[in-house]
Write a protein that binds this ligand. Sequence first.
Ligand code: CU
Length: 158
Amino acid sequence: MNARTTRTLAAALSLTAAFAISGCSGSQDDAAKPAPAVSDAFMPEPVNDKMAGAFMVIKNGSKTADKLTGVTSTLSDDLQIHETKDQKMQQVPSLDVPANGELKLERGGSHIMFMGLKTTPKVGDKVTVELRFEKADPVKVELDVKERTYTAHNSNAH
Ligand code: CU
């Protein structure tokens, strides 16, 4: 009686464990949900506390297209997504992060803009931002504050 109870319990436990494992890795929804990977995230040292730009590459290795829909930071209450058209920047509600592709935020192109800074970061500082997506979970990113002339290595690669 005692031994049987133990065996049944053990069987039940291993079944639960098997379910838990397959539930973690086997779900179709999880596989389809984009999990963006961010690289080369930086902010050129701002000239003053009025505005700052942020640049990075957001890779989407999933089969599901996504959109960058917003950015927040403790450094500013007003972060905007800008794109550059005819050499003029304008605010847009979102930017596409294509399936199996990437969104490049770079000088002269699309970028994140901080309007009104609570402090003025210096070279070597780090600024944390949180990226919001249409489908993916929010992603926290640390921007390295760089010299004003800095460009990421890969920005001229293509
Ligand atoms: Cu801008």
